[in-house]
Design a protein around this ligand. Structure first.
Ligand SMILES: Nc1ncnc2c1ncn2[C@@H]1O[C@H](COP(=O)(O)OP(=O)(O)OP(=O)(O)O)[C@@H](O)[C@H]1O
Length: 599
């Protein structure tokens, strides 16, 4: 449909919300607004009068200017060239936008998301023969998108039919058709290297599957204490400055997902700049290539009004689903869902809708739930397995976790990594509070750890959390009546908890060795600390003093083991554990001799 087929006029402008009159317009349809050609989307409709939210500032636009219906909802382009790119909230490629309009991005710029000049080497799928009946989502060929990711070219999810023609192996640009098919109603369709999909509709799959394996992030507090399964949904609420950005970068960098999508949704400009500058420098620890070869970024530019944030997380999740459909495990990080919720609040306020909690509309929780619902591990239309793991950062004002966005998110997600200001102030990083955090994936994760790493994982994890809880209780007593009130066994419990905090939970993202810990190293560090605690408890019961144990030079070695031994040096941690066992046996023997003498 051409623009002029569907034309109307602006009646009224209220910030980013416009009232337009356009016969035949549909709800959700994209429109091009005014002389500047801004892009927007219909969000409410009554007859031929529609309310439109504009993704760009409407300053200078006048009632009476023309509007064009574009005949389709906000959609994204999905094809080779997504990886390594940085898009804005409505999938415009930021590098091209900057080239076109300089640092101060102009309005009404319309650029295709994917590069049309670049050629891709297409290899048709063996066994896909002319005359075959193609099903939705079927693989018809491959393109090496980056050195590490093969892009699987699929029939669009809503199409099927007879294959009439398929291009031979060769180099093609995105606008070169690579085949033709005919649907059951006799309509011909071109097959392209890319496809479109409306961002607000989840892409279809055959069925949902249970998550089986944990997303390994290399961060001990996450993997060992509050695991998240691939295909799961999680939130990172954190007060200002508590370490959200560093944690998300650690997840993006170290998690064992195939593809990482980071959506910077309305965070402060300098933070986005930080992300945009840092990510392209990062090295992928698994492949040795640039991290951007398996990453793509979506960033709202500072000149976009608040409503553009609303679209950006849907743009991100649709691209995530597309790689899931190719059989990949995708992690999407949304930073932050609070800013996204503020966009909902702004729009609903301008629409005059009844505010409920803190000015948010009544549909806040259902929108949040619908967004997180797009996470999951699925069997794709062709029977492959793929997953989208969704991690949303939340920035509660004043660090108050009872505010609506955090509270509703908490009910939806399965893993909650709560950052704490107190821990961050004490420079305990990652500042994840073990009391306020939870994971509903522990039982399934325990099966994986049992099979892959150690049958003792679940027991050790529980023991460590028990000791941390005792630490909180005993610290209260110390605060009330002083340390003298504690027995030796209780003081040793405090020592045990301190060892867990220092030797296991604290993990510096800046330390070259400790920035990542393999599951084996994670377990060994925990096992070592708890072995020291258990054996030490036995000695204390015999009458040996806490100080004799804490004075052992080995104790400092245990605390430092995380930084001393890399994930490839797990044997050295095992040797250290042996040294401990011998040292404790020696103390026990000497003590027995001493007892014999004194009796
Ligand atoms: N895991 C970590 N290891 C070492 N240092 C850390 C870690 N996490 C955070 N830090 C320190 O804390 C500082 C603040 O972290 P960060 O920028 O991630 O905070 P934030 O919560 O994103 O802030 P904002 O509220 O502005 O989003 C970092 O510059 C770094 O020095």
């Amino acid at each position: 449909m051409s623009e002029t087929d569907n034309q109307g006029t602006i009646r009224e402008i209220n910030g980013p919300i416009l009232t337009i009159q356009l016969p035949g317009i549909r709800n959700g349809e994209q429109v091009k607004i005014g002389n500047l050609g801004l892009y927007g989307e219909v969000i409410a409709l009554k007859g031929e009068i529609a309310l439109v939210q504009s993704y760009e500032s409407t300053e200078g636009v006048k009632p009476g200017e023309q509007v064009f219906g574009l005949g389709k909802p906000l959609s994204v382009e999905l094809g080779p060239g997504l990886l390594g790119s940085i898009f804005d909230g409505v999938q415009r490629p930021l590098d091209k936008v900057f080239l076109e309009s300089g640092d101060h991005i102009g309005r009404g710029i319309n650029l295709p998301a994917l590069n049309r000049e670049r050629t891709w080497h297409f290899v048709p799928e063996p066994g896909v023969a002319i005359g075959a009946m193609l099903s939705p989502g079927q693989l018809i060929g491959r393109v090496q998108e980056t050195a590490i990711i093969e892009h699987r070219i699929m029939v669009p999810p809503n199409q099927s039919g007879e294959l009439l023609e398929l291009a031979p192996e060769g180099d093609y640009q995105l606008d070169d058709p690579i085949g033709r098919m005919q649907s059951a109603d006799g309509k011909p369709h071109k097959l392209m290297l890319y496809q479109h999909w409306p961002v607000r509709s989840p892409r279809p799959y055959r069925r949902r599957d249970h998550g089986l394996s944990p997303l390994i992030t290399g961060q001990r507090i996450l993997d060992t204490f509050f695991p998240l399964l691939k295909g799961g949904k999680s939130a990172i609420p954190g007060p200002f400055g508590a370490g959200k950005t560093v944690l998300q970068q650690q997840i993006a960098r170290w998690s064992n997902a195939d593809i990482v999508i980071y959506v910077g949704c309305g965070e402060r400009g300098n933070e986005l700049v930080d992300v945009l500058e840092t990510f392209p420098q990062l090295q992928d620890p698994y492949s040795g290539h640039k991290l951007m070869e398996r990453t793509l970024l979506v960033a709202n530019t500072s000149n976009m009004p608040v409503v553009a944030r609303e679209a950006s997380i849907y743009v991100g999740i649709t691209m995530a689903e597309y790689y899931r459909d190719q059989g990949y495990d995708v992690v999407m990080l949304a930073d932050s869902t609070s800013r996204w919720a503020e966009a909902l609040r702004e729009v609903s306020g301008r629409l005059g809708q009844m505010p409920v909690e803190d000015g948010y509309p009544a549909y806040l929780s259902s929108r949040l739930a619908a967004f997180y619902e797009r996470a999951g591990r699925v069997e794709t239309q062709t029977g492959a397995k793929g997953s989208v793991t969704l991690i949303g950062a939340v920035s509660p004002p004043g660090g108050d976790f009872s505010e609506p966005v955090t509270a509703h998110t908490k009910e939806i997600i399965q893993t909650f990594w709560a950052l704490s200001k107190e821990l961050a102030d004490a420079r305990h990083y990652p500042s994840i509070d073990w009391v306020g955090s939870f994971s509903e994936h522990v039982i399934t994760a325990a099966q994986w750890w049992h099979q892959e790493i150690s049958p003792d994982w679940a027991h050790r994890r529980k023991q460590a959390l028990g000791l941390l809880a005792r630490d909180a209780e005993l610290s209260r007593i110390v605060n009330l009546v002083g340390p003298e009130a504690l027995s030796s066994a209780q003081r040793w419990e405090l020592e045990g908890a301190a060892m867990i905090k220092e030797g296991v939970l604290q993990q510096s993202a800046l330390d070259p060795v400790d920035t990542f810990a393999s599951p084996e190293k994670q377990f060994l560090l925990l096992d070592m600390v708890l072995m020291i605690f258990d054996r030490g408890s036995e000695l204390i019961e015999l009458g040996i003093s806490v100080q004799e144990l804490t004075d052992l030079p080995l104790m400092a070695k245990a605390r430092r083991a995380k930084q001393t031994f890399s994930s490839d040096q797990c044997d050295k941690i095992r040797l250290l554990m042996e040294e401990f066992k011998q040292a404790f046996s020696k103390i026990r023997l000497e003590y027995a001799k001493f007892k014999e003498h004194t009796q």
